[in-house]
Design a protein around this ligand. Structure first.
Ligand code: PLP
Length: 456
């Protein structure tokens, strides 16, 4: 029996094409709508925000999309990432399950986010754009875009959700090290920010609001485009390198197939990255029984308690309207430490697959997720991001089930990032200061009353 712990691929085995799940969805996505006219959006409507190549990818139904050599060249700085077998965790749990994880914490910013940041910066640079504005929650996305912009010589402007800005000062310094300008959102720099501050000067911010600020910035400045680190189809497509590599690495590890695939879900990008190549296998009959599970926070239970409906991608109703699971664009989640999971909506592709029953969502409280992250650190060594702790929690639940049934399932999860800049969250956890928030159904219902009237 193999006792190896890490399974690598050669640099030349880095995928040459991305996988686009649009080609395999059980039904086509509902079209995105213009935020003002509520009519279907065309490529021209998106041109002030994104380069044409990304707009094409957003709408493409082609199964595989070529990765530019210049993008692969940058990704080779840390990819292919290792697939680990979590033997010590298995032993601790006394489970017959085999637990594997894809370790995305080895990238320079420390997460999966640069997989798309590099591609997005590259296409913007090619189109002559000089500056990119974006939002960030926990700071993983902002630092990934700052890093990518530096490599392609673009300016980077980051609106960072205020509660994370205060919780994670070192993330801001990392972004500044790569040359980005960072402000707390809501900020005084945009109309959306000013309006919110007038209403509530202590507003902790949200991803939805920070998106509004970044979109407004891009609309106001001709040399500037907007970039989103999750949710959109092209982002999920860029993240597919994770799952494409993992499938090959499982073979290297001697596994015929995965039985359970797990990821945490914020806007859906790391989950999609690992899971969508396995969704392909499930829907095309290569591995029809694989279970695909997404874990989200109870405080922001988009897939488990949200409505499958058209909604704005942002609080100020400037971003496109998409059909997705949503808690309503007005919903501001409690300031849990998994800042990257505090988003009211979700990827339309992932939402459709949940709606069709292909993917199953679960929700967990933050304290039980930190318990899981602590156990992981004690057995496997790595201190993970609070977001990734949700995937670990789900994995542990699955492994415990195997202990009861005696099944030797192969479980693979996406370990989406390290928690080196999240130690204040661990400190609060150890000090017993973390709070678990029940499903805020009254707030969710109130916010759902304000969905756009699209006639659906
Ligand atoms: C480490 C990590 N994992 C997961 C997420 C959640 O985002 P997504 O659902 O797009 O992967 C984030 C977002 O910031 C993150 O930083």
């Amino acid at each position: 029996m193999s006792v190896e712990t890490k399974f690598f691929l050669d640099e030349n085995e880095l995928p040459k094409k991305w996988y686009n799940v649009n080609a395999d969805l059980p039904r086509p996505l509902d079209p995105p709508l213009h935020p003002m006219t509520l009519k279907p959006l065309g490529p021209k409507d998106l041109a002030p925000l994104f380069p044409m190549e990304l707009i094409k990818q957003e709408m493409s139904t082609q199964r595989y999309i070529d990765m530019p050599e210049k993008v692969r060249d940058v990704l080779r700085l840390w990819r292919p990432t290792p697939l680990y077998r979590a033997r010590r965790l298995e032993e601790k749990l006394k489970t017959p399950a085999k637990i594997y994880y894809k370790w995305e914490g080895v990238s320079p910013p420390g997460s999966h986010k640069p997989n798309t940041a590099v591609a997005q910066a590259y296409y913007n640079m090619k189109e002559g754009i000089e500056r990119i504005a974006t939002e960030t929650g926990a700071g993983q996305w902002g630092s990934s875009l700052a890093f990518a912009c530096k490599l392609f010589e673009l300016e980077c402007m980051v609106y960072m959700v205020k509660c994370s800005f205060n919780q994670k000062p070192y993330r801001r310094i990392l972004m500044e090290t790569w040359g980005a300008k960072v402000v707390a959102s809501p900020s005084e720099l945009t109309e959306a920010g000013k309006k919110m501050l007038e209403k509530d000067v202590d507003c902790p911010g949200s991803l939805g609001l920070a998106i509004s600020e970044a979109v407004e910035d891009a609309m106001k400045n001709d040399n500037t485009h907007y970039s989103l680190g999750s949710v959109l189809n092209h982002v999920c497509t860029h993240q597919s390198v994770v799952g494409l590599e993992a499938r090959k690495q499982l073979q290297v590890a001697g596994e015929e197939k995965a039985d359970v695939v797990v990821g945490c879900v914020g806007g859906g990008s790391n989950f999609a990255g690992l899971a969508f190549p396995f969704v392909h296998d499930k829907l095309t009959g290569k591995n029809p029984d694989v279970e695909i599970l997404g874990a989200e926070p109870m405080a922001c239970p988009t897939l488990t308690k949200g409505q499958y409906a058209y909604d704005f991608g942002d609080t100020a109703q400037m971003a496109p309207i998409v059909k997705m699971y949503t808690l309503g664009h007005d919903f501001i989640p409690e300031p849990i430490h998994a800042g990257g999971l505090r988003y009211h909506g979700d990827s339309p592709q992932l939402s459709l697959l949940v709606n069709e029953g292909v993917i199953k969502p679960r929700a967990y409280h933050q304290i039980e997720c930190f318990d899981a992250a602590k156990l992981f650190a004690e057995t496997e060594g790595f201190v993970v991001a609070p977001e990734a702790s949700h995937a670990i929690k789900e994995t542990i639940e699955q492994a415990k089930k195997c202990r009861e049934t005696g099944q030797e399932k192969v479980i693979v999860f996406n370990n989406s990032g390290h928690g080196h800049f999240d130690l204040s969250a661990y400190e609060a956890y150890f000090a017993g200061q973390l709070v678990d928030y029940e499903y805020p159904m009254d707030l969710i219902n109130e916010s759902l009353r304000n969905l756009p009237k699209t006639g659906e």
